[in-house]
Design a protein around this ligand. Sequence first.
Ligand code: BG6
Length: 475
Amino acid sequence: MRENFLWGGAIAAHQAEGEWQTDGKGISVADVLTSGNHKKKREITKGIIAGKNYPNHFGIDFYNTYQEDLKLFEEMGFNGFRTSIAWTRIFPNGDEAVPNEAGLQFYDDLFDSLIEKGMAPIITLSHFEMPYHLVEAYGGWRSKKVIDCFVRFAEVVFEHYKSKVKYWMTFNEINNMFNPEDEFFSFVTGGLQYQADENKQQVMYQASMNQLIASAKVVEIGKKICSDFEIGCMLAFIPVYPFSSHPEDVLLAQQEMRSRYFYLDVHVHGEVPNYTKRLWEREKIVIDLSEEELQTLKNGTVDYISISYYMSNTVSSRVLQDQASSYKSSANVVDNPYLTASDWGWQNDPTGLRYALNELYYRYRKPIMIVENGLGAFDDVSNKEAIVDDYRIAYLKNHIKAMKQAMDEDGVDVLGYTSWGPIDIVSAGTGEMKKRYGFIYVDQDDFGQGTKQRYKKKSFEWYKSVIQTNAETLI
Ligand code: BG6
């Protein structure tokens, strides 16, 4: 294990801060998402509609409570903390020339508090919160205009926080844009809303390339601003297993992995992989990519890979015969009979984390940061002073163990581990508060009602001891 291994937690601005219009903040894509649940999708409204519940408007009020919340993280021994800079606090519409000073000030104060408490800020530039104006005016990432807007935003924050932040990542879960049939992820990752009669694959690949170019540009710029910066990419890393040893299943799993590897191949190798070029030719997809942009991809490769890891997927080439799955990231996904699932249908697979880390490290030879891992669960909160979340402890314990095995036994270079939602926050996928990940309970319901008081769950002391002992007590 690295000496300066980063132990901590991760949140995103839009899921925690609240104060969605305070100090000049503009409307982001997260602000037009209503609440949903496991069975009911979040609605994407056209602007804000009075009377609807928009949970990201209130978050957990972190904008006002962060001083107190950080004290609790400090008590657990965090030496790293991941959050995002809400783009709309800095550029409310996204295409302004001049940043909003009040927004810059908020993150100055937040980062100062983190540093003072011994936590390195680990910062995502874009975590499902692009300015909504960029969607309305330009159609989101389908337009190259948005590249310039993002680069300006990144340049401003790099300059402004260069003495405070070393670890950056460009786009959260960039690969979640890959499936145009997934309206939610298309919207939050790419600001994409498809027309019925357009070639969706073409739009998706153009938007993805635009984002990859933007990422490479800011890596290049960031390194010039501060050579000490470590700038990474961020993937939702769900390894795909074949349902059986049938060669068609094995081949299918390999091909499905390309929806993850396409982004990594560009981020890390700086070029579009052949399998994607062949697909573009086959499907008559024409991507607007200049020679200069291709060079940018080469110049702006990432320093490290960061991932979220929650589950694995299993695919079958005979999906109709084999049983389907409650969590579908593609049409071929079926339930893995060897795994159990969370209440939201995510199949728990700690061994899959070890497998994923090995696959990634020996394919790319870049250090890896696990910036999200955790269990969203219903907690029994009848006694707020004593919430017993043994299932969460078990989930995290098994995953941290698997990470340690990947490091100690397999030699994978892991930079750090920040568990997702160390304090309960609004779920990105469903907008619920009751899908809780925290070591700290927040007394608030799905409608923003409650005292908002914070309570330590049983897992609080457990995670503290994991950090104190560098996870030695786990094995
Ligand atoms: C990842 C996101 O997809 O998973 C987070 O980066 C999100 O923003 C996390 O919160 C867990 O998902 P959910 O839907 O349970 O909040």
